[in-house]
Ligand binder design. Sequence first.
Ligand code: DGJ
Length: 712
Amino acid sequence: MQHSGVLHLRNGGTSVVLDARDTPLPAIIWWGEDLGDLTDAELDDLATAARPQRVSGGIDEPVALTLVPQESSGWFGTPGLVGHRGGRGFSTRLETRDLDVTVHDGQITGVVVHAGDDEAALAADLELEVTSAGLFRQRATLTNLADDEYAVHALTLTFPLPAGADELGDTTGRHLRERSPQRRAFTVGTHLRESRRGRPGSDASLLLVAGRQGFGFERGLVHGVHVAWSGNHRLLAERTPTSEAFLSAGELLAPGEVTLGAGESYRTAWAIGSWGDGLDELAHRFHDDLRARPHHPRRPRPVTLNTWEAVYFDQSLERLSALAERAAAVGVERFVLDDGWFRGRRDDTAGLGDWYVDETVWPDGLGPLIDVVRGLGMEFGLWVEPEMVNLDSDLARAHPDWILRGRSELPVPGRQQHVLDLSRPDVQAYLLERLDALLTEYDIAYLKWDHNRDLLEPGSADDGRARVHETVQALYALLAELKARHPGLEIESCASGGARVDLGILEHTDRVWTSDTLDPIERLQIQRWTGLLLPPELMGAHLTTPTVHSTGRTVALDLSAGVALPGHYGIEWDLTTLDDAGLADVGAWVSLHKRYRDLLHSGVVMNADTDPSSDVRGVVSRRRDRALVTYTQVTTSVTYPPGRFTVPGLDPERRYTVRIVAGSVTGGPGQSPLGWAQRPITLTGRQLGHVGLQAPVLYPGRLVVLELTSQS
Ligand code: DGJ
């Protein structure tokens, strides 16, 4: 396709305009709302309108924020490429040599910028694509054209921001409280979020978002970026004294970790940007994109019972068979045997690495338990943690050199365990053989793939080089090979709960374990912020034991079951402790989830911006003719009754009938009945979105589930 020097990429409601006229590399001058059909002349004017002036006290050319910002074109901010050849060649001048555009339905949706620098002896392909869901993604491939080595220290992709973004939002966290939001003013300087744990980590920023001050889920222009990578990474937001404001994203490389020999290349992970009027709209692009993948899980997500908090390491055929019977009775469809089934694993100090069934616990293997589970009509799933090893294991005793380390002594242990050097072919072969053997011998539909420690000094025992980059690639290859050998196998990405949640791992897995906390009050936040990236069907959400193990809080079943409702539903509770009435209550919630599962796992997620005492969220069907909404009383409200709440995301013209389908609005003494709970009422989407409903007076820690249906 012919184009002037200004390219307009358009897809899925997003425009990206690239000025490739006369800077060494193209510069993005717009990323956001679709700008409509533009002629070459209009694009030229748009690009000219965006050109800065030279200023006093500055350099003799206007500053250019290009795809890979370089000092050689007058850039003083964080550079896009950092590298050298034995200390020389630190400065590059990558220049566009050629552009290859991708066209769909007459519209440019992608471009590959082929760039080169003869003096530095480097070539780079910069890939930019706007997906059908309106995501904007970029990655780069750098090739060393010289005979001597080129050490890459950083190669990050740039996402310029529109005028007006003056507040930043990201997430931090810890074990049992991942994806905790934080905000700050977007002033001049760099806000840098790095992940150095060899996995994204509990504290990782899922996305780095810039927006107009006060942005929320419902409204406020926001742009955010995520790195689809399961190792170390960095996200930064930078505002320069020359008025550029941008986000940047890429892998965080250790010294020497990527060193290119003659002709060798380094390809970055995809850095993926989304935007929206409100965080919900930004999230919808990610959800739509994930759901469009050919391998996105499409069959109903099986309701799961995970044995961990039910029995911990106390495994036996008798105990687990009884649990399986109860699970089947309440409607569970998948039974997952957690940690403790393999050789020497009587507690968390030993056994990791020895992926053979423990003969002392399972004298006849796992077959008898799997027969019980399958006989009850459920799938069987198994926990593994293949990348790890305990020193107290046959594997560590036989192959001490298989353990990652940065020095001659081993790194500080975490959960009494160390990490295998998965970049080694012998380690890859061992793990593939063991896992393949288990999956071949047993009828296993699902692996819960855990990863329970942050990495420290992750280097090779052989050559002392840092190895996160290669081990992540080897992990992806191992997951892909297992899936190829065992079609239909589903895998969960778990890492001390939700410490490995990213779109790199989700190319090879089918859900994440959102957090180790099952406390629904904690989960409200964790699930909401994880939902910036993931649709509900990819987030494991389980009912808890009434007294939550991780927080000690005692919670009502309604709260636990209602907060988990939209996710990939499950139970993590010793159901053998329940009487018939208790089992019936759990069964009723499982049935409710199944009744709405299709809607919840295909619809559009809605989060209302409420004051912190309450929580309103839901899922609206694609046709906007149905919705399921939860109203949760998180704490007591300052005012009493709490006032009205609104339901955004509905069709303003449709009339919806509102019914309570679970939970109770019967509160404390002295309350009169709530009018709209006495009979079904019908309101338009506009009325629900603006006028709203009087919130029920609920005890804190209680919720109600509303169904909204529309005939028109
Ligand atoms: C951490 C996981 O997040 C838990 O769910 C459980 O599988 C334990 N590991 C088992 O060791």
